[in-house]
Every structure is written in C-alpha cells, then in structure tokens.
Design a binder for this molecule. Structure first.
Ligand SMILES: [Zn+2]
Ligand SMILES: [Zn+2]
Length: 168
C-alpha cells in the first residue's frame, strides 16, 4: 500500500460518489463554505475560494502541496503558507478534515457534525468517503475509553481498503 502516491484523478467529481451520508455537489459545498466563513466573520478572499474549490472538486484527499500546485497551474497566485493557514481555518469550521493515513485534506461531506469523524479511504483510487453515522463501532470505542478513564476530545476513524468501484 503506497497511499502517499495517490493523487487526484482528472475529471473526477465528488458529486459522482455516493456516500453514506448527505451528498454535497461541489457547488453546494462551496455555498456552504462561503456561508460558514461569513457566519464566522471571516472574509471571502480569493485564496480561500481557490482552496475551497480545489477540495470540492476532488474525490481524493489533497495534500497542501497538491492544492498549492493546482492553484498555481490555474495561473492564480497564493503561497504555500497561506494554503496551510486557510486549511486550518476551514478545519476549525468543520468544513475540511485532515486524513492522517494520507496526510491530506478532504472537504466535509456532511451538512453538520461534531468532533468525531469516520472516513473510508480507497487504497487503489484514493477516493475518500465520509460516513454519516459512525454508529456501533464508535459506541464500542466510547465504552472502552470510559473503562480506561480516558476522556476523548475527538474520535477519528480512518478505514483503508478498496471502494466499491475498485473492488468490482
Ligand atoms: Zn465532515
Ligand atoms: Zn477505489
């Protein structure tokens, strides 16, 4: 498994990927992100919009470097530090998630949720899907944590494997 080499595929569209949760078309994600920025008293800057669009249009998680490269390839200007800063702002707003196994970022598929996330990451095509209801696995984890006396801030579940498209 070499997840680090998985990159975005041309012509991919996250709207084409059915997800267990609420499905957002790229436009819907952008609309929601813009609204969340406004509500947070944050300006809708062109670099912020560029980052939102790149994540919205990709079915795979993108590294900060990939987002940066794609924006430059479009002929727009932004520096890498700004991309990282924008990503952390978007993560604070729960609009973007960091996927640890690929050290990359993905647009949130759900309308709203708390701190806990569950993602399926395909090791063949790199597609990322967000699960709506972590459900029983999460309940079992919570029970275990309680036994250990551990108070969790956040539970992130990342499941790697083959997506339906690659498996069939
Ligand atoms: Zn999410
Ligand atoms: Zn796949």
């Amino acid at each position: 498994m070499n997840l680090a080499q998985l990159g975005p595929r041309n012509g991919d569209n996250r709207a084409m990927n059915p997800s267990a949760g609420g499905v957002f078309t790229p436009d819907a994600f952008e609309t929601r992100a813009v609204q969340a920025l406004r509500e947070g008293g944050l300006r809708i800057t062109s670099p912020r919009l560029h980052v939102i669009r790149k994540l919205s249009q990709s079915s795979t998680a993108l590294t900060a470097n990939q987002i940066h490269d794609q924006i430059l390839a479009d002929g727009d200007q932004v520096d890498l530090v700004t991309v990282y800063r924008i990503l952390s702002t978007l993560m604070e707003l729960h609009l973007v998630h960091h996927i640890g196994v690929v050290d990359a970022y993905t647009a949130c598929d759900l309308e709203s949720h708390g701190n806990n996330t569950e993602h399926l990451i395909c090791t063949k095509c790199g597609s990322v899907q967000e699960l709506d209801a972590p459900g029983q696995a999460l309940e079992a984890t919570r029970a275990q944590l309680q036994t250990l006396g551990f108070n969790p801030d956040q539970i992130k579940i990342e499941i790697t494997g083959e997506c339906q498209k690659c498996h069939n």
